[in-house]
Design a protein around this ligand. Structure first.
Ligand code: ATP
Ligand code: MG
Length: 162
């Protein structure tokens, strides 16, 4: 069952305030993925962690562009591939951290090289977060993006929290 844009616009508050989240969304183009990201961003607060999983080119960074639009971050958000984490200051009183852990082997690398202090200091977005899933807190929101097999610009986006 997929939510429509209309349903998500009207109910996103209710959907995301619950501990358990289950959203399926069919994104028809990159702008719909950014739109979804923008709307989810409205509901986020300090200590929230959002993990983005999906194959190369599925749209994790595109999702982050919708996030950056909502929070008025720098125009050009790019994957912090070489630094692992980029920090963006916001007017909220806490920063946004954008991780790309693609180059890490596992959670031990993450603890050694980065540490988990970030999790308490702002809102964290983690591309390829499944690599470190053993150390992700219970409240983590998971966003899985899958390319459609036929339609080049279609993505199946599954958002969940247990
Ligand atoms: N519905 C869609 N949602 C998101 N991106 C889309 C969609 N349709 C087409 N695209 C295109 O797919 C590409 C997604 O690239 P993006 O860099 O966001 O992927 P990624 O998941 O971050 O990849 P990587 O793992 O290499 O960092 C972009 O060129 C984007 O324009
Ligand atoms: Mg990326």
């Amino acid at each position: 069952m997929y939510y429509t844009k209309q349903e998500l616009s009207n109910n996103i508050n209710d959907i995301l305030k619950n501990k358990n989240i289950e959203i399926n969304f069919l994104s028809k183009n990159v702008n719909e993925t950014k739109w979804l990201a923008f709307n989810i961003s409205k509901m986020l607060k300090k200590n929230d962690i959002v993990v983005l999983n999906g194959e190369l080119g599925s749209g994790k960074t595109a999702f982050m562009q919708g996030v950056s639009k909502f929070f008025n971050l720098e125009d050009q958000i790019c994957s912090p591939t070489f630094t692992i984490v980029n920090e963006y200051s916001t007017p909220l009183g806490y920063p946004i951290y954008h991780f790309d852990v693609y180059r890490l082997e596992n959670e031990i690398d993450f603890i050694d090289q980065i540490g988990t202090d970030y999790f308490q200091n702002g809102i964290c977005f983690i591309e390829w977060g499944n690599i470190i899933k053993k150390i992700l807190p219970e409240n983590t929101i998971y966003i899985d993006i899958a390319k459609d097999k036929e339609e080049y610009d279609t993505r199946h986006i599954h958002i969940w929290r247990k």
